[in-house]
Write a protein that binds this ligand. Sequence first.
Ligand code: UDP
Length: 342
Amino acid sequence: MKNPPSATPHAVLVAGAAGFLGSHLCERLLERGCRVLALDDLSSGDLQHLEHLRRHPALRFVRHDITEPLPTEARDCERLFNLACPASPAYYQRHPVATVLSSAVGVWRLLELAQHTGARLLHVSTSEVYGEPQVHPQPEAYWGHVNPVGPRACYDEGKRCAEAMCLAYAAERGVVVRIARLFNAYGPRLRPGDGRVVSNFIVQALAGRPLTVYGDGLQTRSFCYVDDTVDGLLRLMDAGFTGPVNLGNPQERTMLDLAERVLRLAGSRSRLVFEALPADDPTRRCPDITLARHHLGWAPRVPIDEGLARTIEYFRALSAQAGARRAQGSVSPSAAYSLSRL
Ligand code: UDP
């Protein structure tokens, strides 16, 4: 594998900075010596994720919805990362309008800015653009098989529209764009109540509650640890490749396999309960990462058991903190809610 790209200090905008991935990205950019303008409307992000960086002199946080005109400081940024979109199916299906607008209008605002200032934009897209794939594993050249009017359409089609808009601005207006298609990133700072499978299983296992397996649990996903995902984003931003690039772990796993690992690593004796499979839930998902290997010198490094163990540790600590606050009578209603509902 090639070395990571050289760390040139830049002024960088991160949209979606208080989210799970965004907060890890901010950390890595600050380590590289970048100045970071961190934007988030806190609809699905959490300011707690940036709390440890609050006093960092190179970080400025602005609560901002990227579908609204961008703050003037954004004009100074040479690099723009767009991660501003809810990513949990349970969450985005409750907020379909905000979801589709955050992708389509949000990326439009950033593209207009990039055209105006000459900044480079990396747009974070998703494996969801492949829908229920008929080709396996999925290379970037595959067009996908998406239900344009189903319950996931607000996310899938929003992201597809955003990709099309990035390439339209690149072709017609010379904007320099990068597109990353992420496959099920996981790790510390997933929100306990956000409904994704990794956070659900871990919270349930730690609480001794049954793990909720949807369908027969034989559907597959490819889980990529957050450090690997962020490393891929940084490499892609610096690379010279315009088209979409898959960033994911090519090891495909069933939800039953994931459940077994979580139970073992958490030392939990929870049982499994089988619940209805949500509509349009994709059957299989696995990236072909030939392009990322070739153009970015990137491949995931963190083995699944190690990534899950780190994530379980995070949730244990979070639960202990919430318990301590509860004991002191100072737990915030939202933290208490998210830790107790699953
Ligand atoms: N899933 C599950 N139990 C849960 C949450 C999700 O079995 O408590 C399944 C879900 O049906 C899907 C897979 O896990 O097949 C991944 O779901 P997630 O919401 O994490 O992400 P997706 O890849 O569907 O966007």
